[in-house]
Design a protein around this ligand. Structure first.
Ligand code: NAP
Ligand code: ZN
Ligand code: ZN
Length: 351
């Protein structure tokens, strides 16, 4: 089936309207009419080939929500009309140890929602800036939020799970003091989720203008990280730091804020490396530097259900598909509170 999408033909070209094809649903497939798709900073990194290996045409988008329009003969878990989501993963090997533990995100054969290998045309996966997608049932999530919250639930499929997974893995909860660095799409979800898990949350931002807003998101304290005095006041005070910053920066400034045995997990994936940290900052207090990538399918469902139960969604600004290039420029300037979400109905407006 031919559908409308938005994507780029080259790293230095703006995104534009494209026609793409989707396969007919197979026995285990779910066909979804996409209602909304969130705009992740990874979309920008990928479409501009800031990470190696972008294939063109590139249609980004891995924060997908919509309604089921057809299911294959062997899809017991979803039916036509259901509200569903698709995140960053559309396939994996399904039999390795990682897949067996529901950590498909760490499978060596994980297929990303865009730029991954597929037999479908054009030979690589095309993402959610489009009208429709066909996905194997294993990678389709149930959305239990009420329909009016559907657009704001979309960013949970990446920003939500990418912050949920490390917060859960490092057992963040009551009694923990948690830092969240960078208040963008991921960071604002990190604040909301760490707060809901019962931790004391300290938000770190480079933007003075986000100080009050961060409190409204659930931060108990807010630090403007450019201010050395404010940073020093939090020395050796945190058990865990979730660092979501999309650009290279001085990690040592944040190690100094960890208690003995504290961990900083990086989820931000800048195009160029951070300056090398001073190992003495790790050695002297037995601190750890870690990383985390999105999350597995079962924990994504767990996160979505937790968020539906607790009324948690992203703070969003809805845009039309033809506003995506402007949205990227605003994202680079930190001018988004806190996630753009494309209204995919706008794709139909093109003649
Ligand atoms: P975003 O909305 O653009 O937010 C990033 C935030 O980082 C900005 O709002 C800003 O916060 C801060 N920041 C940006 N440039 C900075 C700089 N030069 N110095 C200091 N702080 C800066 O991006 P996002 O969608 O949340 O994604 C964040 C990063 O995570 C990206 O690199 C993305 O590719 C990556 N990511 C990783 C995974 C994973 O699985 N690990 C999943 C999704 C995304 P303040 O204004 O508050 O300082
Ligand atoms: Zn993402
Ligand atoms: Zn696997």
């Amino acid at each position: 089936m031919t559908i409308k999408a938005y994507g780029a033909h080259a790293a230095d070209k703006p995104l534009e309207s494209l026609d793409i094809t989707r396969r007919a649903p197979g026995a285990h497939d779910v066909q979804i009419a996409i209602a909304y798709c969130g705009v992740c900073h990874s979309d920008l990194h990928q479409v501009r080939s800031e990470w190696a290996g972008t294939l063109y045409p590139c249609v980004p988008g891995h924060e997908i929500v919509g309604r089921v329009t057809a299911v294959g003969a062997h899809v017991p878990g979803h039916k036509v009309g259901d509200l569903v989501g698709v995140g960053c993963i559309v396939d994996s090997c399904r039999h390795c140890a990682d897949c067996g533990e529901g950590l498909e995100n760490y499978c060596d054969h994980m297929v990303g929602t865009y730029n991954g290998p597929t037999q479908d045309a054009p030979g690589h996966t095309l993402g959610g800036y489009s009208q429709q997608i066909v996905v194997h049932e294993r990678y389709v999530l149930r959305i239990r939020h009420p329909e009016p919250q559907l657009a704001a639930a979309a960013p949970l499929l990446c920003a939500g799970i990418t912050t949920w997974s490390p917060l859960r893995h490092w057992k963040v909860g009551p009694g923990h003091r948690v830092g969240v660095v960078g208040i963008g799409g991921l960071g604002h979800m990190g604040i909301k989720l760490a707060h809901a898990m019962g931790a004391h949350v300290v938000a770190f931002t480079t933007s003075e203008s986000k100080r009050e807003a961060a409190r409204a998101l659930g931060a108990h304290e807010v630090v403007v990280s450019r201010n050395a005095g404010e940073m020093k006041a939090h020395a050796r005070s945190l058990d865990f730091i979730l660092n979501t910053v999309a650009a290279p920066h001085d990690l040592d400034a944040f190690f100094a804020l960890l208690k003995r045995d504290g961990t900083m997990a990086l989820v931000g994936a800048p195009a160029t490396p951070h300056p090398s940290p001073n190992v003495f900052n790790l050695i002297m207090k037995r601190r750890s530097l870690a990383g985390s990538m999105i999350g597995g399918i079962p924990e994504t469902q767990e996160m979505l259900d937790f968020c539906a139960e607790h009324g948690i969604v992203a703070d969003i600004e809805t845009i039309r598909a033809d506003q995506i290039n402007t949205a990227y420029e605003r994202m680079l300037k930190g001018d988004v509170k806190y996630r753009f979400v494309i209204d995919c109905a706008s794709l139909a407006d093109r003649p």
